[in-house]
Design a protein around this ligand. Sequence first.
Ligand code: SF4
Length: 386
Amino acid sequence: MDIEKIKEANRHLNDVEQKSGTLFLRSKPRNVSLDLIGKCSLACTHCGVHVHGLTSGTEMSDDTYELIVSELFPTTEVCSLGGGNYGEVTLAKKFHRVVNDCERNGISISLTTNGTIVNSSWLSDLVRNVSVVGFSLEGMESEYEKIRGFKWSSYLKNIEKVIGERERQGRSFPVEWRYCAHSDSISQLPDMIRRAKSMNIDRVRVMPFFPYVQSQKYKQLFYHRSAANSVFSESRAVARELGVEVSIPADFSTGTFELNQCEKAKEVTSHSGQCTVVMKKCEKPWKNMTLNELGDIRACHILWRRMGRAYGRAGRSVHGVWNSLPYLLLRATVNRCSSNLCYRCRQPSFEGESSTANTSLLPGRKEILQSFFTPRPKVSYIDCPA
Ligand code: SF4
C-alpha cells in the first residue's frame, strides 16, 4: 500500500476510535513530537533548566530513532520537532536525517527553534517540507541579548535565511515569532510587530512569562496589569493596520469600584460549588505521542507523566506503550474526570501565579494528592468542532 493510503486508512480508523472513546486503539498516533537532543545552544536566564537540569546531555540513539521511524512514521501526519524539552533540536546530528525521513514518509514538519542554528546543509530540505517555523524570543535587541546571551543581529540573520529560502522555493508556510512576554520588554511589542512586518514574519504569538525562581516573580505581566493592557491594545491596533497576525492574551482584569459588584459577589458565594465549567474534550491521548532523546514517551508537552519508554530495558515497542496502562487510564479519565493537570491545561488562567509550564515538572505524588483536595466546579465536556 502506498504511504498516502496507509495514512488515510489510519486517519479514518483513528477518528472513529477517538469519537467513540475507545481505550485500546488499533489506530496509530497521527501527530508525533520529537525532541532529538537534551542539549541546548543557549542557557537563557529565565529557562527552567537552571532549576530542573537537562533531561540528558545526549542525543537519541540510533536504535530508538529507527524504531520510531519504522513504527510511527508510516501513519504520522505531522511531526513537531523541538520545544518539548530543554534541548535545541537543530543541534542534533540527526536533524537533517529526520527532515529527510519526514519527507520520504509524507509527513509535514512543525519546527520550534531558538534560531541560533540555520545550517545551509539542511535549510533547503527543511523549507521544502515544513508547515510552520516558530522562533522563540523574550524581547528585542538588548532585551533579547540580556536573556539569551546571543547576538540579536545573528538571530535576525538566521530568520532571514529561512524567509529567503522560502521565497526562493516559492513556498508560503508561516514563520512566526513566539514571544515570551515579561515586564522588561513588553513595551517593545508594537515595534516587534512592525519589525515582523518588515521582515515578512507572518505571525507574532504572545505568551506570558512564568518564572521558575522567586527572584523573577515580579517580571510577570500579572503584576503590571494596566501597563500590559495598554501595550496590548496599542499592539492590536498596529497589527490590524499592518495586516500582521497576532495572538495576545485577553486583557488582565484591573478590578472595579462599582458598588453593585458587591451584590453580585454575594450571589456567587451563595451558589458556590454549583456552577458548571464547559471544557472541550481533549483528543491528544488518541492522536499524539511525544518522545524525547531518551525514548521517554508522553501524551503531550504538558502532561509530565511518562507513559513508558520506547526502547528501554523492558525492550517494549512504541506501539506497546501506545496501549500501555498509563495511556489507557489517561484515555479513560481525560474527558470524564480529568486530573488536575488536564483540567488546568484546558482552563488556563494567566491571572494566577502558576502555569501548566512549571507545574509540568513537579513531582507526581504532590500533583496527585493535590487533585484529591482541590475543589473544582462540575465539568461538562463537549466535543471539539470538526
Ligand atoms: S494535559 Fe491533558 S488535557 Fe492537556 S493536552 Fe495533555 S492530555 Fe490533553
